[in-house]
Design a protein around this ligand. Structure first.
Ligand code: GTP
Ligand code: MG
Length: 205
């Protein structure tokens, strides 16, 4: 992605710290340790977000601005959200979330889509289904991405996609690996299309 440059905007731990609206936003959501920050870094082509050796490391919403060329206003904003549901499954993912996550997902006008990151190596997790339903009820667009695909064989990937589609009620699962770069271009294209549509339709901004 050489024609883009990334700047770290800020790390928010309350709704009043969210950045002023400046461009369509794409949020990265998923269980703790699933690989959200690694995905963001793979997309950006350099280590912008902190990758954790211990689960639950990201405790804030970290906002990154993506600029095209020398333009001052960003083309889009990527938001790296704290993970949910590591090890134990609670009745509601919201119980485990810091209070500023709900306002972001429910009320943020600039939020154009949510990238829901799931681990392809394990069976569909209840916490992921809860999140899917929550976002559906909010009317949020979802891009479901199955990550850590490098750990699976071709046949295993096909089976995993089938299981995830059913459990998360989506037509398409994008196959991804931050380790070998699989799916990086596809996810980037998907995000750019959504951002372009959001700008045209005035759904955001
Ligand atoms: P939290 O912020 O703690 O919720 O974690 P996260 O979802 O941001 O995960 P992170 O990117 O920090 O990665 C967690 C661990 O998974 C790290 O040890 C990564 O190296 C590893 N990991 C991430 N993506 C991949 C991948 O595509 N393949 C493999 N094999 N490992 C990965
Ligand atoms: Mg993280």
């Amino acid at each position: 992605m050489p024609r883009y440059r990334t700047t770290f905007l800020l790390s928010a731990t309350s709704a009043d710290q969210f950045p002023p609206p400046s461009a369509p936003e794409i949020a990265f959501l998923g269980r703790s340790n699933v690989g959200k920050s690694s995905m963001l870094n793979a997309l950006l082509g350099h280590p912008a977000a902190r990758v954790s050796s211990t689960p639950g490391r990201t405790r804030a919403i970290n906002f990154f601005a993506i600029h095209a060329g020398a333009r001052v206003n960003p083309e889009l904003i990527l938001a790296d959200l704290p993970g949910y549901g590591y090890a134990k499954i609670s009745r509601s993912i919201r119980e485990q979330w810091p209070s500023f996550i709900d306002p972001y997902l429910a009320e943020r006008k600039m939020l154009a889509a949510c990238v829901c990151v799931v681990d392809m190596n394990i069976p569909p997790q209840p916490a992921d289904s809860v999140l899917a339903e929550y976002l559906e009820n909010l009317g949020r667009d979802r891009i479901v991405v199955g990550t850590k695909a490098d750990k699976l064989s071709g046949n295993q990937r096909v089976a995993a996609v089938g299981r995830l589609r059913k459990a998360l009620r989506v037509d398409e699962i994008l196959i991804f690996s931050a380790k070998d770069g699989r799916g990086v271009n596809e996810l980037w294209n998907t995000i750019q299309n959504i951002v372009a549509t959001a700008r045209l339709s005035n759904d955001v901004i």
